[in-house]
Design a protein. Structure first.
Ligand SMILES: Nc1nc2c(ncn2[C@@H]2O[C@H](COP(=O)(O)OP(=O)(O)OP(=O)(O)O)[C@@H](O)[C@H]2O)c(=O)[nH]1
Ligand code: SF4
Ligand SMILES: [Mg+2]
Lengths: 602, 390
């Protein structure tokens, strides 16, 4: 069935988190009968367990549907995207496969930080924007307020905004019609040499690596010899198809179409997202621009509680990597924790998700060290080295310049909270850039803040400062020199490398004090007194002691009922599984994360 | 035939639970029945039904009656109870037959009944000689009831033990010393000193949660405990178990069965039993117990057989409470494990910290400091295997 390119529309649904992208996609699936009401479940495209559990989209989900209007049958390729900032790179990837976007705005919450961020992405790629005011069914919907806000923030013409509800099924046809009418058909020609953009991939246990492509020019077909232009690697297309939403085989994909192919590619690592696919015998001369790979920005050490589990952990990481090429892992060792891995994540949510998947899928008990960002360091020999682990910081004598990554943060907040946010940013060494008012009551506040001060809990603090109404988005803009030092922690006289952190010198003392105080609360009393010290170099800057346990004895085992007691012992022993023995001291997992808690109040 | 089996397999001891009490003390979380005295006859019938399930009369070394308050009901009822028990549980000559008693309601007639049925030991719930402490603990007897009860019991029954509680809210170290002096002066052969525990859910616990009473500081509790050890030691008592002191030859043989982790029968509401490697527990409500027993159903609501490894760890936990601790040879024979192989590293650690002392032949026991932190020491032997790998 050869589809006329003029009848194809490719678009993504973009929005702030939870504004209803996946729910609207549901309506499209139902309306176009891509899925029968019997097989349907809410947020149908969110198929991963974790997505369903958390009710959020983590991966992009492409799907092909057919919509008939004006007696013509259109092929619509839509991509549902995640709203969370950690997965922002999935949005940019999706956009490169589209000519337009549906920009959803929650009719109560209005324009939020990711609304602005994703809308700008779409504008920068010259995509047509179909603005939709969603959740119009809510009794508290505020179209009169939100529509002007959209105009003010994004230059959207009020008369172009469609009012809809993905949940109540309002305005769905109007949106579909707007897609057909407003978004241009793809422009490529079937007669040119094949040229397709790899915009995603996933690992399928049965099929192997599945490559997601948007064909820009020419055609791809089964049995074709193709070439991945980045490394000039050649493969033969074994199978190809479209997501409708189930993987459905087709014989060819032509310019303008979106789909997937399978070609005996062994690992995800062999496929570069953003690569160009072309015909091996009749290649195009010009590869597509592609995109930058997202770089992990948050790192933390992951150690098995039981050292014998190291290999199991390695296997588990390898398996996960097949499905998520955006995280990284490298073996490392720590005096205190033994052998483990330094893992890189896109953000804190990403980190949490990876850890959950690891624990769930391979039944491992893990200890995780406090997350840190990647620093850059110029040493006395004029070499620039990347520091993704505080343990790697050399002696201060070796350091010429210490640099930290800076994030540019856009906060979208109620005007009345501007003062609190400014205070919060000042406390985190932020540099004020500008304020823009969306309306008398809402403003965008832009700051540059060291990334280390952003990743831990800035988001939570923002939420509490604004009673849940503030949102933020950030991008990394580069490295800047700063007066940084490594803050060490000594437990019972021993430096615990996994507790070291990199901090600004001006805050080292306060943070050291807070940290040992916090640790004192996390570590149980032992049979002996434990000294906790914070140090910069050889200078001890704070000290706390955990007194030896003096009394802990049950008076009586009543009437021979020792079952209860034994169960208690066994339960407590179970609780100890997450402890790491360092020297003679047992340190619970929480202690390794204690650093996070002190980061806000300095 | 049964007697040829080792005492950790087949019971040589029996516990019988009498749940009746006049009211519930604020700190109590035992299985008791308050305001249910009208069920006393049914209770005897239920006990009889449970005893009948033993199949045949059992010869035992020790029999212990606890509660509740075994002496709460009438002398006549007590008489019928003891007649019933004597048909099924036969205490061997030279054995121990012990009963818990409340100083407030132990009259001469009840003492006569007990003595006539061969009770050898009375454990009096004296708790304190301080009126205020007794009030905080909700006890219904007066300080002067205790010497009177001691005197009356002593005329008929040889061995007397006193229970004392320390660490009650508001109690001072001085008051506690006075309690110990008073107790000593009554010359019991045995003394139990229990640190007050705020059991979750009890009225006292709730009061502490609400801040209406203030638990003593850990240091105060500790000095009370150490004071007891010192003062009773001076008076010639052996500190033979964490909370128990005895003149030579007067240790509680029944309780020693628990600390040896040996088998025992348990009868009555909420009673625990341990026989042939199976631990089970009777239902803890009076209604439940009566209904089950009287309709011929099993009275146990839970039972489990421990794997050998856990049984061994449990034995360590129990043994360590005794002065002699875990005895190598005994342990090996009873559990099939070599102590050193099983938990060598943990022992070494605690010896290093001064909480355990070990000698190659005899075994391992808590030091004086170790006794104060016994729960943590014992807990340490239950660590998951993971830590042994490091
Ligand atoms: N009242 C109302 N609720 C809606 C509507 N659309 C979505 N919701 C609810 O909003 C929540 C988020 O919906 P999703 O469709 O998962 O939002 P999303 O934008 O895909 O979220 P992420 O993928 O996590 O960014 C869910 O609880 C939906 O039931 C709507 O039109 N009206
Ligand atoms: S007398 Fe003993 S069993 Fe009865 S309520 Fe008081 S403490 Fe509990
Ligand atoms: Mg979604």
């Amino acid at each position: 069935m050869a589809t006329d390119p003029k009848l194809i529309r490719n678009f993504s649904i973009i929005a702030h988190i939870d504004h209803g992208k996946s729910t609207l996609a549901d309506q499209f699936l139902l309306k176009t009968k891509a899925i029968s009401p019997r097989d349907f479940q809410a947020q149908h495209l969110d198929s991963m367990d974790l997505e369903r559990e958390r009710g959020i989209t983590i991966r992009m989900h492409p799907v092909t549907i057919y919509y008939e209007t004006h007696r013509k049958k259109y092929e619509l390729n839509l991509i549902d995207t995640p709203g969370h900032v950690d997965f922002g790179y999935e949005v940019s990837r999706s956009l490169a496969a589209c000519e337009g976007v549906i920009l959803l705005v929650d009719a109560f919450q209005g324009v939020q930080a990711q609304t602005v961020a994703t809308a700008y992405l779409a504008m920068e790629s010259d995509l047509t924007i179909v603005p939709v005011l969603n959740k119009i069914d809510l009794p508290i919907a505020r179209p009169d307020v939100i529509i002007p806000e959209m105009e003010q923030a994004l230059g959207i013409k009020p008369d172009e905004v469609i009012r809809a509800s993905g949940k109540a099924g309002i305005g769905i046809e109007e949106v579909l019609d707007a897609i057909v009418e407003r978004i241009p058909a793809p422009s490529g020609s079937v007669d040119n040499p094949a040229k397709a953009l790899v915009y995603n991939s996933h690992f399928d246990t049965f099929k192997g690596v599945v490559v997601y492509v948007r064909v820009m020019e020419g055609r791809l077909h089964k049995g074709q010899k193709i070439k991945l232009m980045r490394h000039n690697t050649e493969y033969e297309i074994q199978d190809m198809g479209q997501f409708r939403p189930a993987m459905t085989t087709v014989n060819e994909l032509i310019a303008g179409q979106v789909g997937y192919f399978v070609a005996h590619i062994k690992t995800l690592g062999d496929v570069h997202i953003g690569d160009t696919v072309t015909d091996a015998f009749n290649p195009t001369t010009e590869p597509l621009a592609g995109y930058k790979e997202p770089k992990p920005m948050v790192f933390s050490g992951l150690y098995p509680v039981n050292n014998n589990d190291f290999e199991t952990l390695r296997e588990a990481l390898g398996k996960l990597k097949l499905n998520d090429s955006s995280f990284t892992y490298l073996p490392e060792s720590s005096e205190g924790l033994g052998f483990g891995f330094r893992c890189g994540f896109l953000g804190m949510l990403h980190r949490e998700i990876i850890q959950q998947r690891l624990e769930r899928e391979s039944n491992l008990d893990l200890v995780q060290t406090a997350p840190n960002v990647t620093y850059e360091l110029l040493n006395r020999h004029g070499q620039t080295i990347m520091i993704d682990n505080p343990q790697k910081v050399p002696d201060s004598g070796q350091i010429e310049e210490f640099r930290e990554p800076i994030g540019k943060i856009s906060f979208l907040v109620p005007s009345e909270n501007i003062g609190d946010i400014m205070k919060m940013c000042a406390d985190r060494r932020g540099t004020y850039i500008r304020t823009e008012y969306l309306s008398p009551t809402r403003a965008i506040l832009v700051y540059e803040i060291p990334l280390a001060e952003v990743i831990y809990d800035l988001y939570d603090k923002l939420k509490s400062a604004t009673h849940g109404y503030g949102t933020m988005d950030y991008e990394i803009i580069g490295y800047r020199p700063a007066d940084l030092v490594r803050l060490d922690i000594l437990v019972h006289g021993k430096r615990v490398d996994a507790l070291s952190t990199i901090v600004h010198r001006a805050f080292a003392d306060t943070r050291g004090r807070k940290l040992v105080k916090k640790l004192r609360g996390e570590i149980d009393r032992h049979m002996f007194e434990i000294a906790l010290q914070a140090a910069v170099g050889s200078r001890i800057i704070a000290r706390e002691t955990i007194a030896a346990l003096r009394k802990n004895v049950t008076a009586k085992c009543y009437g021979g009922d020792i079952t209860r007691k034994r169960k208690l012992w066994a339960k407590q022993a179970e609780g100890k599984k997450r402890m790491k023995q360092i020297g003679q001291v047992e340190i619970p997992q929480e202690a390794f994360l204690a650093v996070l808690d002190t980061s806000e109040e300095k | 035939m049964a007697s040829s089996r080792p005492p950790w397999i087949w019971p040589t001891a029996a516990y019988v639970h009498i749940p009746f009490c006049a009211f519930r003390c604020g700190y109590c979380d035992f299985a008791i029945a308050v305001g249910k005295d009208d069920r006393q006859d049914e209770y005897l019938r239920a006990l009889e039904a449970e005893l009948t399930r033993l199949g045949s009369p059992q010869r035992i070394q020790t029999l212990s009656l606890g509660g509740g308050t075994p002496t709460h009901l009438s002398a006549d009822w007590l008489d019928r109870l003891l007649i019933l028990l004597s048909r099924w549980l036969i205490v061997e000559p030279g054995g121990e037959f012990s009963i818990e008693a409340n100083p407030a309601n132990l009259d001469d007639e009840k003492i006569r009944v007990l003595a006539d049925h061969g009770v050898t030991r009375v454990s009096l719930g004296s708790q304190s000689f301080d009126r205020n402490v007794l009030r905080v603990l909700d006890r219904d007897h007066a300080p002067e009831d205790v010497p009177r009860a001691v005197e009356r019991v002593r005329r008929r029954i040889a061995t007397i033990s006193l229970d004392l509680i320390f660490g009650a809210p508001g109690q001072t170290l001085e008051q506690w010393r006075a309690d110990l002096r008073q107790a000593r002066s009554l010359e019991p052969q045995h003394l139990s000193t229990y640190g007050l525990t705020y059991e979750t859910g009890t009225p006292l616990w709730k009061r502490a949660e609400r801040g209406e009473v203030n638990p003593l500081s850990e240091d105060d509790e500790l000095s009370m405990y150490e004071t007891a050890i010192d003062m009773l030691g001076e008076a010639g008592f052996e500190h033979y178990e964490i909370s128990n002191f005895a003149k030579p030859g007067y240790r509680s043989r029944h309780n020693s069965v628990y600390w040896a982790n040996h088998a025992h029968f348990g009868l009555g509401m909420g009673a625990a039993k341990y026989a042939e490697g199976v631990r089970s527990l009777n239902v803890r409500s009076l209604e439940g117990y009566l209904t089950r027993a009287l309709s011929g159903q099993p009275t146990e609501f839970q039972s489990e057989t421990l794997p050998p490894h856990e049984r061994a760890l449990e034995t360590i936990g129990q043994n360590l409470r005794r002065a002699e601790g875990v005895v190598h040879s005994e342990f090996q024979e009873q559990t099939g494990f070599d102590l050193q192989t099983l938990v060598g590293p943990a022992i070494a650690r605690h010896v290093g910290w001064g909480t355990l002392e070990a000698d190659d032949d005899a075994g391992v026991r808590l030091t004086r400091r170790g006794r104060c932190v016994a729960d943590s020491v014992i807990q340490d032997f239950w660590k998951p295997p993971a830590e042994r790998a490091t």
